[in-house]
Ligand binder design. Structure first.
Ligand code: CO
Ligand code: ZN
Length: 336
């Protein structure tokens, strides 16, 4: 799992430019599924055929980044955000473009640090002037954090645990899923960080009977963190609500029942900000009962995102259990 997380986290793949990470995931799943293909948006589908309930499990494979908006005559680049990027966190960061060009982020003279915004920052790729910079980087090119994954005790720290850890959970569950009575569509979605866009189109295409997303969630267990009951190392989180979805009560209960039955550590999650792919899935066509398995993550949207390996294992087990047992849709619908 550590090796898989390392490979996934270190691969370049900002929203809209997911080709490299899609190729890596395809390679990791090659021998384990019945069919794989990508669609026009870049979503990657991995299918295990079955005659039962049609299930879609989405894990977004994109990560946040910065996009070049302007190159000045001295060769400094100005940039905007792709997804939720904080100027405080970007200051001093090393970033990398698709072609391997590396840059460091500096700041204009600023008397009040509280006034730091993205447009006070610039990216220095070592170019002496505009012409030299333009040979390496074009307007619209996107850079992501350049950071190796490290193991710290039973935890790992990486730049794209959001959401490569979700991709790893979905990959591992699909690998371990030998026989499923269900028709399982694992979808590695694009452009979640800019508005759940890949999940919207892929879920329309599949039209599943039930939907799940696997993503990270925030925690409340760090010094003076906002009050929240999710903690690192306390198990997979079963989402109740965030800003994009109120999870279907019966899907949420089913996940909790399975966790109890198989003694998988879990915790309920109410996230007061942010959203995930289930937000798009559950609003597809006439509505699709949906839930979310979350991996608790500290320092989300920084280059130092941290997850606990026991939580990752719990999430894999819970997802695998969910996909292994027959899903009776009548029981799900009877609640709504
Ligand atoms: Co995110
Ligand atoms: Zn995410």
């Amino acid at each position: 799992m550590k090796e898989l997380l390392k490979r996934l986290s270190e691969t370049y793949g900002p929203s809209g430019r997911e080709e490299k990470i899609a190729a890596v995931i395809q390679e990791e799943l090659q021998d384990y599924v019945d069919e794989m293909f990508t669609d026009r948006m870049g979503n990657l589908y991995a299918i295990k055929k079955g005659s039962g309930t049609k299930v879609m499990v989405a894990a977004h494979m994109d990560e946040i980044g910065v996009i070049v908006t302007y190159i000045d005559e001295n060769g400094f680049l100005r940039f905007s955000n792709i997804g939720g990027v904080s100027p405080y966190i970007m200051l001093g960061q090393r970033v990398v473009f698709a072609n391997g060009t590396i840059g460091t982020i500096g700041m204009e003279k600023l008397d009040d640090i509280k006034k730091l915004t993205l447009d006070k920052l610039y990216l220095d790729i070592g170019a002496k002037n505009r012409a030299e910079a333009a040979k390496l980087v074009k307007i619209g090119d996107i850079a992501t954090s350049e950071r190796e994954l490290v193991v710290a005790g039973n935890r790992v720290i990486g730049k794209a645990m959001d959401n490569r850890v979700g991709c790893a959970v979905l990959i591992q569950a699909m690998r371990e899923l030998s026989e499923s009575p269900n028709e399982v569509y694992a979808v590695f979605t694009v452009q979640e960080e800019v508005g759940l866009r890949g999940a919207r189109t892929s879920s329309y295409r599949i039209n599943p009977e039930i939907g799940l997303a696997v993503d990270v969630t925030l925690v409340g267990d760090t010094p003076e963190a906002p009050t929240m009951s999710v903690e690192l190392g306390k198990g997979a989180a079963i989402k109740v609500k965030d800003n994009s979805v109120i999870c279907h009560p019966r899907v949420k209960e089913l996940l909790a029942e399975l966790a109890e039955k198989h003694q998988i550590p879990y915790q309920f999650e109410v996230l007061t900000a942010g959203g995930t792919d289930a937000g798009a899935i559950h609003l597809t066509r006439e509505g699709i009962p949906s839930g979310v398995i979350s991996v608790p993550c500290r320092y989300v949207h920084t280059p130092g995102e941290m997850v606990d390996l026991d939580d990752v294992e719990s999430a894999v087990k819970l997802l695998k259990t969910f996909l292994t047992e027959p899903i009776e849709m009548q029981k799900i619908y009877s609640c709504s």
